[in-house]
Design a protein around this ligand. Structure first.
Ligand code: ATP
Ligand code: MG
Ligand code: FE
Length: 346
C-alpha cells in the first residue's frame, strides 16, 4: 500500500511516503535551532513550529515521492507517546488530510515506529523475535518485539532522564552548545575513557531483580557535575576530553550491557538500535563488539531513519494495513503516554 506518515511527537516535523516497505520520501523540518537557547525542547515552541512546517513538509514529501495525494491508500500518524501539544498538531493535520481525501487513517505508536524504520532497507525484512534498544532525547527503552504488528513488550526503560537528555545536560555542565550529544562525542574521541570511573546506573547486583532492564542516568549526570565543580573549586583545569570520554563510556557501557543481557537472557539472537543517540560512535562500536562476541545479529538503520521521521510511521501504517487491521477512524486523540503495547491507538 501507498502510505503517507506524519510524525510530530517531539521537535521534528516528519512526513514520509512509503509503498509497502519501499521508501519514497522522508522529509524532515526540525525546530532544534529554536530550542538551542533554552538548552532543551520547549513544548509550546515545538508545537507552533509543527504548525508552521506542516503544509510545506507534506508538499515537499509528496513532490519528492512523485505521487499525487489521491494515489494514497492511507494516512498514518503518530498519536503518542510524545509531547501532547506537538502530537496534537500532527493528529489534527492527519485527520484533516484523511477526511479531505476520503482515505483511511491509522494512528500508530511512535516507539514501535522506530522499530519499523528498519523495514525500509534491505528489501523490508525483519526477523522475529528481536530486541530493540531505542535511545533518544526523549526515550530510553528496551523492547521485545515478537511481531511489529501485534506483539511488542516493554522490558525496561529509564526511570529518570533519557540517555540523550543526559548527553545534553552533561554538555551544558561542560559549557558546550545544545544539542550536546555530537559535541561530547567529538571531544570524547580525544580523551581517555578510563580516566574517571563514573557510575553505571541500576547495574548493581541489588538492581538486577527489579531493574534488570531499566536505566537511570540522572545519578551519572550529577556525578559528572560534582566532579567538574570540585575541580573548579580547587582552581584546577577541567580535562574536558577525559570527562567526555569517561561519561560517554559509562552511557554506552550500560546501554549495550543491558541490551545484550536481554538478548542472552531471552535467547533472542537479534538486536535492533534506534533513536538519535545511535549516532554516538562509542555506542555503535560497543554494540558491534559485544554483539559479535555473543553471536547476536546487530541491525542499525541509517541515521536518517534512526532519528524521528515520518517514513517510519508510514512504514508501520503499511504493516498494519498488510496485516488486515482496520483503520483507526477519526475519534482517537493524541496520547502523550501511549504504552508501547498499543501499537495502533484506538
Ligand atoms: P524523541 O525522543 O521523541 O525520539 P528527540 O528529538 O529527543 O526525540 P532525536 O532527535 O532522535 O531525539 O535525538 C536527539 C538526541 O540525540 C539529543 O539528545 C542529542 O544530544 C542526541 N545525540 C545526537 N547525536 C549524538 C551523538 N553523536 N552522541 C550522543 N548523543 C547524540
Ligand atoms: Mg529530535
Ligand atoms: Fe523518537
Amino acid at each position: 500500500p501507498l502510505v503517507l506518515g506524519i510524525e510530530t511527537s517531539c521537535d521534528e516535523t516528519g512526513v514520509g511516503v512509503v509503498r509497502g516497505t519501499t521508501l519514497l520520501a522522508n522529509t524532515i523540518a526540525s525546530s532544534m535551532d529554536e530550542h538551542a537557547r533554552y538548552g532543551g525542547v520547549v513544548p509550546e515552541v515545538a508545537a507552533r513550529a509543527h504548525l508552521e512546517a506542516m503544509i510545506p513538509t507534506i508538499s515537499a514529501a509528496v513532490a519528492t515521492a512523485g505521487i499525487r495525494l489521491d494515489d494514497l491508500d492511507a494516512v498514518a500518524v503518530t498519536s503518542g507517546p510524545g509531547l501532547a501539544g506537538a502530537l496534537m498538531v500532527g493528529v489534527g493535520a492527519a485527520k484533516a488530510l484523511a477526511l479531505a481525501l476520503g482515505k483511511p487513517l491509522y494512528a500508530v505508536n511512535h516507539l514501535v515506529g522506530h522499530v519499523g524504520a528498519d523495514l525500509l532497507r534491505d528489501g523490508g525484512h525483519l526477523d522475529y523475535p528481536t530486541i530493540a534498544l531505542l535511545v533518544s532525547g526523549g526515550h530510553t527503552s528496551l523492547l521485545l518485539v515478537r511481531d511489529l504488528r501485534s506483539d511488542v513488550e516493554l522490558l525496561g526503560e529509564t526511570i529518570d532522564d533519557a540517555a540523550g537528555e543526559a548527553f545534553d545536560k552533561v554538555a551544558r555542565v561542560l559549557g558546550l552548545p545544545y544539542p550536546g550529544g555530537p559535541h561530547i562525542d567529538r571531544l570524547a574521541a580525544e580523551g581517555d575513557p578510563t580516566a574517571i570511573r563514573f557510575p553505571r546506573g541500576l547495574s548493581l547486583p541489588k538492581d538486577m531483580e527489579r531493574h534488570r532492564y531499566d536505566f537511570s542516568f540522572s545519578g551519572l549526570k550529577t556525578a559528572v557535575a560534582r566532579w567538574v565543580e570540585q575541580r573548579q573549586d580547587r582552581g584546577e583545569p577541567i580535562p574536558v576530553e577525559d570527562v567526555a570520554a569517561s561519561f560517554r563510556e559509562a552511557v554506552a557501557d550500560v546501554l549495550i550491557a543491558k541490551a545484550v543481557a536481554a538478548c542472552t537472557d531471552l535467547g533472542v539472537p537479534r538486536l535492533l538500535l534506534g533513536g538519535g543517540v545511535v549516532a554516538n560512535a562509542r555506542v555503535r562500536t560497543l554494540a558491534q563488539e559485544r554483539c559479535a562476541a555473543s553471536g547476536i545479529e546487530l541491525r542499525i538503520p541509517p541515521l536518517s531513519l534512526c532519528t524521528d521521521n515520518g517514513a517510519m510511521i508510514a512504514a508501520l501504517g503499511a504493516q498494519l494495513i498488510m496485516a488486515g487491521h482496520e483503520s483507526s477512524g477519526i475519534d482517537f486523540g493524541a496520547d502523550s503516554t501511549l504504552p508501547v503495547t498499543e501499537i495502533q491507538a484506538s
